[in-house]
Write a protein of this length. Structure first.
Length: 130
């Protein structure tokens, strides 16, 4: 079985994301957002997205994040998934253990790397090599 996971919110210390997700998706917040003029709503959404989407903040903690994501992959293997695909953290690589795979989907923002599955298996490389 294959699990495809965006990846946000799975780190143990990702409390802020999990809180914001519950808040932003609440029916009250959605109702309040509808009251804004579309231009204001788009502006607010862009500000919130930019504040939470600064992927460079992960650079200093990349190894610790990768280690925790590998632990996450192992936990999913125990649940019966033999392949786990993760995005969000802008990392590339395939970790294989005991016939299981954890695949970091790539770094589209900086290195333009992507992951593909074809008849030969999983492949990772630059977008222009596809």
């Amino acid at each position: 079985q294959i699990q495809v996971c965006h990846g946000d919110g799975i780190l143990k210390n990702d409390y802020g994301y999990r809180f914001m997700k519950k808040l932003i998706r609440s029916s009250l917040c959605i109702w309040l957002f509808k009251l804004f003029h579309p231009d204001w709503g788009c502006g607010l959404a862009k500000k919130v997205s930019k504040a939470s989407g600064d992927y460079h903040r992960h650079d200093l903690k990349a190894n610790a994040i990768r280690t925790e994501l590998i632990e996450y992959g192992r936990s999913q293997w125990k649940l019966g998934f033999n392949t786990v695909l993760l995005g969000h953290y802008h990392q590339t690589g395939i970790v294989e253990e005991d016939g299981n795979s954890l695949i970091f989907m790539g770094d589209w923002l900086r290195h333009f790397t992507v992951t593909r599955l074809d008849k030969n298996g999983w492949w990772q490389g630059k977008w222009d090599e596809v």
